[in-house]
Design a protein around this ligand. Structure first.
Ligand SMILES: Nc1ncnc2c1ncn2[C@@H]1O[C@H](COP(=O)(O)OP(=O)(O)OP(=O)(O)O)[C@@H](O)[C@H]1O
Length: 584
């Protein structure tokens, strides 16, 4: 139960509803008890009449009728109260489910890229859906049935004891045995359901990955292989489920057997006591039989509730594990910081801790507000890493990264990210309209502004060519667009945001050189006064920059302007000559 304590704050939040639910539960159980008493009284009246102790038949009939009406009334009230019991307690569990999902989602948003690299999407999804669902079963049904069972047990046992202490003791003998069996079975259920949960998680992760990579799977003709893998996983998952169901199936028969035993004991011992005169009338035996059967459901729920709690505990443990992770990137400054856009790297080194790859080694450069830097280099030389560090997606290991001469971690994180327009290497578009995708970084922008941004990014003509123009809905990840169109929409998004710092990560790779030229011309005008970094493999993207650095294996190999670099022998000049000859 240690992990489930996390929910206490929510129980406290909804305490009034919960207390009301508990009171209603207790009241409904009190009304439930009217029935056995009235049945006892009715049987006793009939018995007394048969024995000749009562002679007035109309009076007997009237009493029987009165009892029947009371029974109907009590059943009605119990029904109404049960309805309200569910309305209060189960509703609370829905509120808690909602709160918990929001809490997890908020935490997911805070966690850094490293977290997302270490954990698979299917697993993240499972914790916010399946696991929260399991926890809800504890916060709602488990609590409701526990209160129900507890109240019923107390009330029934007191009523039984008042009638016949000896018969009560005999009747309850099988219950401890039942509890022990149920405890054992629940433990086994818990063990097996944890395994089932793991397989469900594996299955959904695998399914999701195959959906995301469907084009590759089809292109390589790997459908049979993926189907086979899926089949293997789902077969194992099914076997684990069946083994769980096998144990769960033991519950009901065990319970029926032991309750049946209690019934037999009541009839036998009760009958003996009646013969010996220890019990005055037959009605008491009938009342006891009803009590024993009333206890059937509560005893059953003890086992059920135990397994729900154990499942919820396991799920909450998985949830807590994520909730307790401290986000690696912390905002250390409460006050918003005004950002002018000066960027300074002083002997910065950075190693990805999952791969241990030292992506940047002793990098230094300075960019004044409004200057443009182009970064050129082979693949894997660390270009994207520089941009990620400026957006503080990771914190540096060694050296200093300054924004407007302040260490980057002394700049308000929200201000920093708000002042950056980032165009990633792989454009990501949401399953939404083109218009909304462009407005992503500035939701209150007008349609006119979005169109203007699209014009600058040279994608307007393409968009108006679609039937629904800017209202065209993009499929998951914008699969209906070409790579170049996606890149340009992604550029329009950054332009529209109009930030102080613009980071373009090789985002013109999928457009032809002519369009590249046009976009660069537009950007030249738009980025006036803004600090801009352009990562590229093409000299054409770099030549107008104020500064160019050439990276190789995480180190600065060359630096200077285009005019200087084409003079000195090295990577840049070679690349320039190569691309020049390709053009001609
Ligand atoms: N998220 C990551 N986790 C671990 N290692 C990474 C990660 N991203 C990049 N690396 C490694 O860091 C090095 C630099 O990668 P980076 O993406 O910065 O290079 P790049 O110059 O942008 O390459 P490209 O031109 O191919 O995009 C590479 O060796 C790469 O394998």
């Amino acid at each position: 139960m240690k992990e489930l304590q996390h929910l206490n704050k929510y129980f406290l939040k909804y305490k009034y509803k919960l207390i009301l639910g508990i009171l209603i539960t207790i009241a409904s159980k009190i009304f439930l008890l009217f029935t056995p008493r009235l049945i006892r009284q009715s049987i006793n009246v009939v018995d007394e009449y048969r024995k000749g102790n009562l002679t007035n038949l109309p009076e007997v009939k009237a009493e029987l009728l009165e009892n029947i009406l009371y029974i109907i009334g009590a059943a009605l009230i119990t029904g109404i109260l049960t309805f309200f019991m569910r309305q209060t307690i189960i509703n609370v569990s829905r509120y808690i489910e909602y709160d918990l999902k929001n809490e997890i989602y908020k935490q997911y948003q805070k966690l850094s890229l490293n977290f997302y690299k270490k954990n698979r999407t299917g697993d993240l999804m499972n914790r916010i859906s399946e696991d929260v669902g399991n926890v809800r079963m504890y916060a709602g049904p488990a609590i409701m049935y526990s209160i129900n069972t507890f109240t019923l047990f107390i009330i029934v046992i007191i009523s039984m004891y008042n009638q016949s202490p000896k018969l009560t003791l005999y009747t309850l003998i099988p219950l401890p045995i039942l509890s022990i069996i149920i405890f054992r079975v629940s433990k086994e259920i818990h063990k097996r359901s944890t395994i089932v949960q793991e397989y469900l998680s594996k299955l959904s992760t695998y399914t999701q990955e195959t959906f995301s990579g469907i084009s590759i799977i089809k292109a390589y003709g790997m459908e049979p292989q993926t189907r086979e893998n899926f089949n293997d996983l789902s077969t194992t998952s099914k076997e684990k489920q069946i083994s769980l169901v096998r144990v769960q199936a033991l519950f009901f028969p065990t319970m029926v057997l032991l309750i049946g035993l209690s019934n037999l004991i009541v009839i036998y011992i009760g009958g003996m006591q009646y013969i010996d005169g220890e019990i005055e009338n037959l009605g008491t035996i009938a009342e006891f039989i009803i009590y024993v059967n009333m206890l059937t459901w509560p005893v059953a729920t003890v086992g059920w509730v135990t397994s729900i709690i154990q499942q919820a505990e396991a799920s909450q443990k998985r949830i807590n594990h994520f909730l307790k992770i401290e986000p690696e990137i912390q905002n250390n400054v409460e006050e918003p910081t005004e950002i002018k856009g000066e960027i300074t790297f002083k002997n910065v080194s950075f190693t990805y801790d999952d791969t241990n790859i030292e992506a940047l080694k002793d990098i230094s450069f300075n960019l004044k507000p409004g200057e443009t830097l182009a970064i050129i280099g082979k693949t894997g030389s660390g270009k994207s890493t520089i941009l990620d560090l400026i957006g503080r997606l990771y914190d540096i290991d060694k050296g200093e990264l300054l924004i407007d001469n302040k260490p980057i971690d002394q700049v308000n994180l929200v201000s920093l990210r708000n002042s950056i327009g980032y165009v990633p290497q792989e454009a990501f578009l949401f399953s939404d309209t083109i218009n909304n995708n462009i407005k992503f970084g500035k939701e209150n922008a007008s349609n006119e502004e979005a169109i203007q941004a699209a014009k600058h990014a040279q994608v307007h003509e393409n968009i108006i060519g679609f039937n629904k123009g800017y209202g065209t809905t993009l499929g998951e990840r914008g699969i209906t667009l070409s790579g170049g169109q996606k890149q340009r929409i992604s550029i329009a998004r950054a332009i529209l945001k109009d930030p102080q710092i613009l980071l373009f990560d090789d985002c013109l790779s999928a457009v032809d050189t002519e369009t590249e030229e046009k976009i660069l011309n537009s950007l030249n005008k738009l980025t006036k006064g803004k600090t801009t970094i352009i990562v590229s493999h093409r000299v054409s993207s770099a030549k107008n920059a104020d500064k160019i650095i050439v990276l190789d294996d995480g180190r600065v190999l060359q630096e200077g302007t285009h005019d200087i670099l084409i003079q000195e022998p090295g990577y840049y000049k070679d690349l320039y000559l190569k691309q020049l000859s390709e053009k001609s």
